[in-house]
Write a protein that binds this ligand. Sequence first.
Ligand code: G3P
Ligand code: MG
Length: 252
Amino acid sequence: MPHPAIALPRLIAHRGLSAHAPENTLAAVRATPEAGCAWVELDVQLLGDGTPVIWHDATVKRCSDGRARLADLDLPAARRLDVGSWFADRFRGERMATLREMLGLIEALGLGLNLELKVNRGRSAAALVEGVLPTLLDALPAERVIVSSFNADALARARELAPADRLALGVLFEGITRDWRERCEAVAAFSVHADWKRLSRRGALAVHEAGYPLLCYTANDPAAFAHQWAWGVASVISDDPARFAGHLPPAG
Ligand code: G3P
Ligand code: MG
């Protein structure tokens, strides 16, 4: 199965450079190249009015000055929220990013993007994929995009809309399940993404030997991660990728 010719980086900034800026914001992405990192992982969902926005949670409580569910907000209401000062006062006035404006920034910075389709409870996987994919495919070259999800319906719909040579898909796991390979084959996946704390040597080697790049989230301690590199892990998704400088295995 042909895939886009993706030059996978060793390091991907989780939710942007989220150790140093409010997660999933334009500020967090702008800061990423300064940390020596060329790819970002971001979460995407739909507002109640169907606008795709870069956001992780089902509500805005944790990362803004509001309390609403995302499904109950339209774009003007979402834009009134301050999504920066919860993190640090110097980010006061940061606004929730739409997918479209985030893609513009990523393209301007020349970054790669792992976009996670975040299907929170009660939300439609199909509506999310259909709201996101046309914009995404138009905005960035296939060589700089991986779309991932925990949600099998979202991945299946994405694959219906875009063939494997046009869109790399990553299957997200917490622990690698017994049926991991079937789940990857079902959507002609490019990569496997797993929680590094639940990764076994056996699971990692099986993925590696099957030829799938293995990406691990969310690792922030390079000393604790040394074994995982030896198991053939391709990339680390980290809140603070600069910590891994000097701790990376040789390329290859
Ligand atoms: O894509 C890897 C990671 O972001 C998955 O978990 O909850 O941080 O979106 P979460
Ligand atoms: Mg994510």
